[in-house]
Design a protein. Sequence first.
Length: 433
Amino acid sequence: LRVAHETGVISYIFSVRESVSTVKHLSAFPDEGVQTAIENVLAFDRLDASLSNHLNKIFRNQGIKMVTKEKVVEAGRGVGGISTPKTRASSPKHGKEDPDNTPHVGGNTWAGGTGGSDTAGLGGRGGPYRLDKGHPIHQISDEMKAQVSEEAKRRAKETANEALAKKLEELNMGKLDWERYNSVRAKVEENIKDMKRYLKDLKKRKEERQWLHRQTSGELDENRLVEVLAGERDVFKRRGNPADHETFLSNPINIKLVVDVSASMYRFGYDGRLERLLEATLMIMECFKGDKRFNLHITGHNGSSPKIDLVHPSMELDEATQLRVLESMVAHTQYTYAGDHTIEAIEVAVEESAPDTLVIAISDANLNRYDITLKDLKPLQSAKVHAHLIFIASLGDEAAALAKAVPNERAQCCMNTSDLPLIIKKIVTSALK
């Protein structure tokens, strides 16, 4: 529970108070057992479905089965090891399609092979773009990658650009995989419902009458007794609507999601980072579409650009459009050039955003490789906007260490698929208070 709070997954600090309450319950009702005692302590938290599911998972890991069960699916795939290509890299191409989808390692003939040369695949060199066929990934060394000529790199980049243009054209023509869309949505269905309930209740809570202070009539404000003795007149309080009530309801809140669609998202997609990103993006689109109180912007960043427009407020975000957004994100990760623009993407988002915009950047940045330090994350502290950064992958604990060093909880880590919607909900909730 402490780790979940430190990583930003849950906002409440479960402490000794809850432990003492559990022991007191067991002392008073010894026949009810630990499970019932904990359920009694967590009764209020059961109102939040997504938080409840996460708490269930934590307690189950400690051998305590709670009432509500959560289906946890974990997928893994082996790493194939080091590969030595059988041919030189000279002629980038897609490669032949193997109808049997047999694993191919180190060659330059088949599409979807690993650790080879020229063809679309993973872990190799000289290929025009990444192509995952679901096999263990054999990786060549950086020294072998450096042997690729500049001419071969240029031709590979041209081929990748052509393939990307063709892929995006197909998506705009409406060749959409509805089964794929539904499979992603099903994973965040409860999170979507939970967030929508919160957003619906937000307006109600903003419309509630509140205590207005520094009034010239009403009830005496016990917090301004010194001012009473000083003879001031605005020492009363009364119930009413806050001054910014109409402003909140009439001026839309800008939300900008900045997503990582870099090459590493595809290359290391087997660890779930790309799926986490797609699920979070879909959740955000589903929750804010059609709500006139919010303007949703979504941009991407990768080695080719710090700003790739994906969603703008005027778009009609029906299911078909959302699917095109998700598929275009995957396409960018597959066909983009290697590199990282995480910092530049945050800087552009903060600079171009209107005041009080909520900016949420998601990245799997390799911090050491691209020399990203605490100083580089200074834009997160901008007083102009509410900016947050979420790391969804890390080499060792470098991301966790950096996130912990960022002031005001403006950076967090998320390595579990089920945690990302919870973290985003917490950020949105905090910014809209």
